[in-house]
Design a protein around this ligand. Structure first.
Ligand code: HEC
Length: 174
């Protein structure tokens, strides 16, 4: 092999390595994508987890728990509400896995986001009332928040099978 052909071979190897490196580069965050079926499963699970936290707060408060301890969980619900619209990107409507999302979410997007914001405002106020140990106003805000769960479902969720529906029913009041 002559010197020049050896140099050519080396530079070709270098070029190929660079191409390979370019292909192995981690994608920029803007290009991160989640499989639509996984996204539906994640948002449905998040609804159930949020629902559980929400119900437990009410039941515990009614049983005399120190409501100041609910400030953190209520703020977590507000954080979840802020992320909620982002869990419904275009392309994850009816026909995606077993979603109950209605097409109106993407037709009336501003209203859908407003309903998430209404819920967020109510649980934020609930967190403030929990911190202030104000049971009466905290309970009232719980009711406002519960109403906003249902307002969103009435407009944007198709009927669930009975076992899923049971998870959204109001806690037993004594
Ligand atoms: C801004 C709208 C909105 C708000 C607020 C909201 N939800 Fe939902 N929820 C939905 C939509 C849309 C679905 C259907 C999601 C899917 O199937 O992809 C859903 C689904 C659910 C489900 C069924 C999950 C499953 O396994 O299929 C439960 C339970 C639920 N929500 C409870 C709640 C509770 C409790 C609250 C309030 C604490 C709440 N949601 C607040 C829109 C909302």
């Amino acid at each position: 092999m002559t010197l020049s052909s050896k140099a050519l071979t080396c530079s070709a190897v270098v070029a190929l390595t660079l191409v390979a490196c370019a292909q192995n580069r981690p994608p920029a965050s803007a290009s991160v994508r989640m499989n639509p079926a996984d996204l539906v499963a994640t948002r449905q699970a998040s609804m159930r987890v949020a629902s559980g936290d929400f119900m437990v707060m009410r039941l515990a408060a009614e049983k005399g728990a120190d409501i100041r301890r609910f400030e953190g969980p209520a703020r977590a619900l507000a954080q979840w509400a802020a992320a909620l619209p982002g869990m419904f990107p275009a392309g994850t409507g009816p026909g995606t896995a077993n979603t109950h999302a209605r097409p109106e979410i993407w037709l009336n997007r501003a209203d859908f986001e407003q309903k998430a914001a209404d819920f967020r405002a109510a649980v934020t106020r609930m967190a403030e009332m929990a911190a202030a140990n104000n049971m009466a106003e905290g309970g009232r805000q719980w009711d406002v928040a519960w109403h906003s769960c249902n307002a969103c479902h009435d407009a944007y969720r198709s009927p669930l099978a009975t076992s899923a529906a049971a998870a959204t029913s109001a806690p037993h009041r004594r």
